[in-house]
Design a protein around this ligand. Structure first.
Ligand code: COI
Length: 357
């Protein structure tokens, strides 16, 4: 196990809020564990690392992140394993991805010692917040923001890196219905589609709200050049099963490099399924549906895990309606295996698990 030596100042709560939590109805993102980790960067140096009670932070109205959007984040989960221990799933991938995002937004990298050392300490302190029910976990939200009090436009000289956590259950309680988005575009080549930044989520909200008014949960984003190729689905990467082949688009700059996406690809290959990473046009999806070859569709993400998609609004006249996911072959098996690895119910042959205690 990797260990990190980092000096963290600690001011801990005197009484936990955990009794106020309804663990039978966790939902997603509404409860917050007792503590948070805060690291501060100023003019070329990380000047402090601290664990303190979870709570509001005081910021200047002129704070750079609020105006110019130098704000990035990660989504990770801690699990309680079958023996009661606690563990993370591929956390170094999140650390690396956060620094890929940071580089694109001209922010200094967060050192591994700070990202991982702060997270491990935080989890050790708030370990009782990690739920153990089926499909439950402690969602971890590291985020990194420009904190200069300066209204001129330039990369900030000061930054805050913060981690807080929330006990959660499923992000989507039911199979998802999505609409193929034709009016709005999420990402363009040379842009920031692969960056986990606030702006990518902000720009997708209007399209999602409009789709919700039509009875969908979210949208499928298509490419900005030919308006044909599927890219992502809401906040998830997307997979289709056509003719017993699992197909997902290559990330190539406009798509988030999902860690669940990558794990699902590796797992599917390991289970002996056919996997193709290639562009997939909306016309191919419709044609395969009309020919009875479209078997499954699902989204992947840290929050959403593997979420079946049962309906795709193709256009005003055509809804692609898939069979009940209970009858599917691929997504349920991938979900079951991935869940079992996450809680060490089966051996982790891939070395994805990072034990904490
Ligand atoms: C995640 O899957 O971790 C995300 O960041 C998506 C967010 C909308 C919860």
């Amino acid at each position: 196990m990797l260990t990190y030596s980092i000096d963290i100042k600690k001011s801990l709560i005197s009484k936990s809020k955990i009794k106020e939590v309804d663990f039978k109805d966790l939902g997603f993102g509404k409860y917050f564990a007792d503590h948070m980790f805060v690291a501060k960067y100023k003019e070329g140096e990380w000047i402090s690392t601290e664990i303190l009670p979870y709570g509001d932070i005081l910021v200047s109205p002129a704070m750079s992140a609020l105006h110019y959007g130098q704000t990035i984040f990660e989504g990770m989960k801690a699990y309680r394993n079958v023996e009661g221990g606690i563990q993370l799933f591929r956390p170094l991938k999140n650390w690396r991805r956060m620094n890929t995002s940071a580089e694109r937004l001209a922010m200094p990298p967060v050192p591994e010692e700070i990202f991982m050392g702060g997270l491990i300490e935080l989890l050790k302190i708030d370990h009782q917040w990690i739920p153990s029910g089926e499909g439950e976990s402690l969602y971890i939200r590291p985020f990194y923001i420009a904190s200069d009090t300066f209204v001129g436009m330039r990369p900030s000289n000061e930054y805050l890196f913060i981690i807080f956590t929330c006990p959660v259950s499923a992000y989507y309680a039911n199979p998802v219905k999505v609409k193929l988005e034709k009016n709005f575009i999420r990402a363009t080549p040379g842009g920031v589609g692969y960056v986990k930044m606030g702006g990518n989520y902000a720009r997708s909200m209007l399209a999602t709200e409009l789709a919700k008014r039509e009875g969908y949960d979210n949208v499928i984003w298509i490419d900005s050049q030919e308006y044909r190729y599927v890219e992502e689905c809401g906040t998830m990467n997307i997979f289709f099963v056509i003719n017993d082949t699992i197909i997902t688009p290559p990330t190539s700059g406009t798509i988030l490099e999902g860690i669940t996406r990558e794990s699902v690809i590796e797992l599917a290959q390991d289970l002996g399924f056919n996997v193709e990473i290639r562009r997939l046009s909306k016309e191919e999806i419709l044609e395969s549906y009309q020919q009875g070859k479209l078997q499954e569709c699902f989204g992947t993400g840290t929050a959403a895990s593997i979420s079946p998609i049962i309906k795709i609004g193709y256009d005003e006249n055509i809804d692609i309606q898939l069979d009940d996911p209970k009858n599917w072959k691929y997504a349920p098996q991938l979900q079951k295996t991935l869940n079992a690895i996450r809680i060490s119910a089966i051996p982790d042959r891939f070395h994805w698990i990072f034990p904490i205690s």
